[in-house]
Design a protein around this ligand. Structure first.
Ligand SMILES: [Zn+2]
Length: 100
């Protein structure tokens, strides 16, 4: 199974794709993803058996589109998101933001 970048239409194996997730926003429940091929940054939500694509709307992340990834699981931690698929696990850390 290959997961596409919607900007450049490159396709990635799950291991290549999820390792490119780099910032978990717990409040919005989304992760930032930067395409290894074209550098486009996207926001997505890891959901059971799917990746959700959308955009922030009224302080929440509104999922508009789903890409099916059978077996995809996630576990929300305090300062990171654990993504698992089959026997693989990826940890996406939360970047701490300075609160003024
Ligand atoms: Zn791309």
């Amino acid at each position: 199974m290959l997961i596409p970048c919607y900007a450049c239409e490159s396709r990635f194996r799950p291991g290549e794709y999820f390792v490119a997730c780099h910032d978990y926003n717990r409040g919005m429940d989304l992760v930032a993803w930067t395409c290894p091929a074209c550098g486009n940054r996207d926001d997505l939500r890891v959901m059971p058996d799917a990746i959700g694509f959308g955009y922030p709307w009224r302080g929440r992340f509104s999922v508009q589109d789903r890409f099916q990834v059978p077996g995809l699981r996630r576990r929300r931690r305090d300062l990171r998101l654990d993504i698992s698929l089959d026997k693989d696990v990826w940890h996406v850390p939360t970047k701490l933001r300075q609160v003024a």
